[in-house]
Design a protein around this ligand. Structure first.
Ligand SMILES: C[C@](O)(CO)[C@H](O)COP(=O)(O)OP(=O)(O)OC[C@H]1O[C@@H](n2ccc(N)nc2=O)[C@H](O)[C@@H]1O
Ligand SMILES: Nc1ncnc2c1ncn2[C@@H]1O[C@H](COP(=O)(O)OP(=O)(O)OP(=O)(O)O)[C@@H](O)[C@H]1O
Length: 268
């Protein structure tokens, strides 16, 4: 069976407090985007995992797809499988790519081997693999709280808009980005701002990681400015970086300045 784990963007991201478990509570709207990896799982004599496309740092045995398989296998009599991941979504990019691979592996195993796992059961497995993972089980726009793994409905429909994602070939580790952040209680409601017209977001919808990362990586604020100069109605860094995205009313022309970067554009 073949599946296409997609990326996400964060529309606003407030880091509100450090938790006693070392993680941080946040508020953000997660929104799926169409930049995808490819993951194939077929039954086999022995278990194996391979990957192609972008090189994935670390040992294959710790790949999140393998960890997803092992997690389910601990509870179910899963047969051996051959897993192949073709990695396209940049890594250390704030796009949740690894988390999507893990969540889609869980969903695929559930379907392929008719395990009968419910959405909440799949989300419980996903939470064990990473904070961003649970979002990708339902994979629909959601207002996220706590570690980013507790969801509230949000009526937000950006279909009709276009997005340009710009990864400046700069991997930022999520753990390091969090280590340099100063949490703060929100003064205004992100949820309320997101319900207002997108043209107002430039003034009201912020990603707290921009404050801590932009001074050290000026290329990020340059890309954001170039996106606005190219006509974006809203532009921001996603997650803990380094991808910066712009949302447009019409398909954008990719500025020449981005020719050395890994870019993706499509409809929202
Ligand atoms: C920045 C975001 O992408 C926003 O959507 C996520 O919060 C990151 O989620 P993720 O990549 O799934 O992160 P995890 O793999 O769970 O954690 C990586 C590291 O990031 C830090 N971390 C992550 C999530 C969170 N809510 N608080 C944290 O402090 C922790 O140091 C953790 O060890
Ligand atoms: N399937 C996978 N895809 C990407 N990275 C993976 C995967 N499995 C394990 N990893 C490990 O996770 C690390 C990347 O984690 P990190 O959270 O920084 O990036 P990400 O998954 O691209 O998403 P984000 O930047 O949004 O958190 C890689 O360096 C790699 O060691």
């Amino acid at each position: 069976m073949l599946t296409f784990p997609n990326a996400k963007i964060n529309l606003g991201l407030l880091i509100t407090e450090k938790r006693t478990d070392g993680f941080h509570n946040l508020q953000s709207c997660f929104y799926p985007v169409g930049w995808t990896d490819m993951l194939e799982v077929i039954s086999a004599e022995n278990f194996s995992f391979s990957s192609s496309g972008l090189p994935i740092p670390g040992n294959a045995s710790t790949n999140l797809c393998v960890r997803a398989y092992e997690l389910v296998k601990a509870d179910f009599d899963l047969p051996p499988v051959q897993m192949h991941l073709h990695k396209i979504v940049p890594i250390g990019a704030g796009l949740g790519g690894g988390s999507a691979d893990a969540a889609f592996a869980l969903k695929l195993l559930n379907e392929q081997f008719t395990l009968g796992l419910s959405v909440s059961h799949l989300q419980a497995y996903a939470r064990k693999l990473g904070s961003d993972c649970a979002f990708f089980i339902e994979n629909k726009p959601a207002y996220c709280l706590e570690k980013g793994d507790v969801f509230e409905e949000i009526a937000l429909d950006l279909s009709g808009y276009y997005i340009l994602l710009v990864y400046p070939n700069l991997a930022i580790s999520t753990a390091e980005a969090y280590a340099n952040i100063r949490p703060r209680k929100p003064e205004q409601s992100l949820r309320k701002h997101l319900q207002e017209p997108i043209e107002t977001w430039r003034q009201t919808v912020h990603n707290d990681f921009e404050t801590s990362l932009f001074p050290g990586y000026p290329v990020l604020s340059e890309i954001k400015q170039q996106l606005y100069d190219s006509g974006a109605v809203y532009a921001s860094m996603s997650g803990s970086g380094s991808t910066v995205y712009g949302i447009f009313n019409a398909p954008p022309l990719v500025p020449n300045q981005f020719s050395d970067y890994n870019v993706w554009q499509g409809r929202l």
